[in-house]
Design a protein around this ligand. Sequence first.
Ligand SMILES: Cc1cc2nc3c(=O)[nH]c(=O)nc-3n(C[C@H](O)[C@H](O)[C@H](O)COP(=O)(O)OP(=O)(O)OC[C@H]3O[C@@H](n4cnc5c(N)ncnc54)[C@H](O)[C@@H]3O)c2cc1C
Length: 499
Amino acid sequence: MSKSYTKTDVILIGAGIMSATLGSLLKELAPDWNVRVFESLEKAGEESSNVWNNAGTGHAALCELNYTSERSDGTIDMSKAIKVNEQFQVSQQFWSYLVNSDKIQNPREFITPLPHMSFVQGEQNVAFLRKRYQTMSDHPLFQDMEFSDSMEQLKQWIPLMTKERASEEPIAATKIDNGTDVNFGALTRKMFDHLEANNLEVNYKHSVEDIKQNSDGSWEVKVHDQENGRIEYHQSDFVFIGGGGGSLHLLQKTGIPESKRIGGFPVSGLFMVCNNPEVIEQHHAKVYGKAKVGAPPMSVPHLDTRFIDDKKSLLFGPFAGFSPKFLKTGSLLDLITSVKSDNLVTMSAAGVKNMSLTKYLIEQVISSKEQRMEELREFIPDAKSEDWGLVTAGQRVQVIKDTEDGKGTLQFGTEVVHSADGTIAALLGASPGASTAVHVMLEVIEKCFPEQAKEWEPQIREMIPSYGKSLAEHPELLREIKKSTAEALDLIEKEYANS
Ligand SMILES: Cc1cc2nc3c(=O)[nH]c(=O)nc-3n(C[C@H](O)[C@H](O)[C@H](O)COP(=O)(O)OP(=O)(O)OC[C@H]3O[C@@H](n4cnc5c(N)ncnc54)[C@H](O)[C@@H]3O)c2cc1C
């Protein structure tokens, strides 16, 4: 049977926040390019980007203690925090551009201002938090940070967490008012609605099954149309694999040398959800604590006010779980089928090196509701079991690769893998994740379209004024951007409104 082909300039696999962002950037930079999207599910933004499948934190390093570390001389290393903050400001600038140019509307439907706080217990941790606050609040990016170890002040900031606190143990918190809660699923759908209304074709219920490079460098993508069971073949000059947890399998199918010796390890997330409106009303912040010893960085416990389906909610977690699936809607065979002859040694080495993670995951998986409630009571001392249920969030597939730290090193960040000829790229990993989508998709553009990226620079700068500049080193620009994005995204805080 002969194959029938359709040809496009760009194919995006998956309709999550990453493809939505790359599609939106390309629509602005190369409006004449023909872009086609294939998505297995019925709607956009339904896997990790869905509001219930992630924690919705606009990661800007305002509260996450794992973005800073203590050096051996006792000083605080905040280089990662600066990076994460600047990357989130890149996202906010692009979202503001889309709102200001009426490409997406009603920002409150996807982003809500919310104080971000760090919370610690015990003398040593309080001393660490104070020192961290002194270092960070001196920096232009974090100068709005406040610190308190006074019970009176903390009662005002976090009433739910301070009442009925019988322990004599000292506690302390930092607070920044201009944090955010983001509904990445809603944002993804808004971006796709605009793109679909402007000639970008999104094919839902279409699963990509194979990807092969043609002799002229273009790619052949084999797609299964779930509605009629037919197999289609599509050709494209450039392919972006934005399949979330599904990206690793697709990358392996490309056979590019860059896809070798990479593995993935899935970690599921569970959140406790409060079902008592009186309790929900007593809290208004995202409060991040300290990770337990041996716990991976994405398991830092946090008590979050969320805005889901037009309602204020309260979630606590994440608790880690184990499922061999790479997507929430994936297959139980995902982990085993990702092991290939080229990554077997890498994967085995990771297994041996990460015994403490394995132990941690086993403990988490067998935790009872009462054990989870005990963890919650470190945040809300009088939490009642009947007020809390459990929801399963998305799957994170952590990248495993050989690095200078040795074979089979588990990575906790996001990674763009691309072919040497720049005709295909994939995004692996999930942290800081959706918050840095714009920065990461600009990286894809720079790596895969280096010549055009130079030409597009003025346009990119129109959309993202800080593009190519460090906001930390340009305090005046930082001030302007904070004000303009707060206005565009309806995040007006007192200090900006009055300045
Ligand atoms: C528990 C948890 C908490 C998180 N918390 C945060 C947070 O607080 N803040 C934050 O910024 N990030 C967070 N993240 C990370 C964030 O959710 C992800 O980084 C982001 O959603 C990934 O977007 P994506 O577009 O790459 O993938 P997804 O949103 O997963 O989209 C991938 C899409 O590809 C489709 N697909 C897969 N394979 C195929 C195929 N073969 N053919 C066609 N379609 C395919 C899928 O159906 C899916 O729709 C969290 C993640 C988890 C799991």
